[in-house]
Design a protein around this ligand. Structure first.
Ligand code: ZN
Length: 156
């Protein structure tokens, strides 16, 4: 909260340059809403006293708890979980790397009756080009550009 300007003729304790010390000053006149012309009671020097500015709003200085502790800044990652968009872009990057690493030029066409092997490339009519990450008895886990999907296979 903004400190109020002391009334005319009141005494305020403030620094006097001439005395080089804190002195009582008498308020002679108000200059603005936050500053006044004051006179040192010891040496008689005039100066302008300005009301100290209130602390900056909390949003600029960061939140301060009632005990005055400034909370530590937390790393971005722990403050907010990955957005869906970020998760997908991470996934896509991984997909592209794995696809590049895979030198298999033979692309299988997906069918529920097909039997697939790990690390095979697979073309799915709906999901696009995929890379088989693991193979089970009746299902395969396939990395597609958007996400990993479990598909059935070996049903023939
Ligand atoms: Zn003085």
């Amino acid at each position: 909260m903004q400190q109020e300007l002391p009334a005319v003729a009141k005494n305020i304790h403030t620094f006097c340059k001439k005395c080089n010390a804190d002195r009582y000053h008498v308020v002679i006149a108000h200059k603005t809403a936050t500053s006044a012309k004051v006179k040192c009671e010891v040496c008689g020097a005039h100066k302008t006293y300005t009301v100290p500015k209130p602390p900056k709003p909390a949003r600029e200085r960061g939140p301060v708890s009632s005990v005055g502790l400034i909370p530590e800044k937390k790393p971005r990652a722990s403050r907010k979980p990955l957005t869906e968009e970020a998760r997908r872009s991470h996934h896509l990057a991984e997909y592209e790397v794995l696809l590049q690493q895979n030198v298999d030029t033979n692309i299988q066409t997906y069918s529920v009756n097909g039997k697939f092997k790990n690390n095979q490339k697979l073309q799915h009519p709906k999901f696009g080009l995929g890379l088989i990450r693991s193979v089970h008895q009746d299902k395969i886990e396939v990395l597609f550009p958007d996400e990993v999907r479990n598909l059935v296979h070996n049903r023939g």
